[in-house]
Design a protein around this ligand. Sequence first.
Ligand code: K2U
Ligand code: ZN
Length: 181
Amino acid sequence: MSLVLILTLEEFMAVLPLLYFPDPKLNTVAKPVQAVDARIKQLIVDMLDTMYDAKGIGLAATQVNVHEQLIVIDVSEDRDQALVLINPQTVWTSSETHLNEEGCLSVPGIYDGVQRFDAIKVVALDGEGKSRTVEADKLLAVCIQHEMDHLMGKVFVEYLSPLKRNRIKKKMIKAQREDAR
Ligand code: K2U
Ligand code: ZN
């Protein structure tokens, strides 16, 4: 690929800055996307770029300080099967749940158990604005639940004990102060 083409592509892709816990903006409830227009399609490209750059398997628009109901996910081995969920609605959940170890790009370096439904069915718009139903289990189901929590202003550490959450909050604030130096 020529250098000119690479430079051209680069200008259309952007790694966006992430919000980090305990930023209160992470507790904002996202509004429905009104139209899957050019602005939203560019945001999808930038969110995927941001997610892949951060080696995440999901990202909610809330985490890049855009408070609209948009999620991108890629749980594939080859990192080449992006899933876009716009205005997702849960229509079914399994009766079974399990405790899974979770992390979050907005809470770097912290991993802990969260109880999630084993399987979930979600109706959403895709990146072209077409309605689709996603039936998920395993890691995809966990990731969708984690991202849909973000759209409701919920970070996974809110499922932990107040003692654990306060320790994490102090650790994040200390790390952000050191980064700011
Ligand atoms: O929302 C985010 O911060 C993205 C999460 C999504 C996620 C959380 C918990 C469980 C599955 C997915 C990041 O991808 S956290 C990093 C990560 C990567 C691989 C597997 C688990 C967590
Ligand atoms: Zn997260």
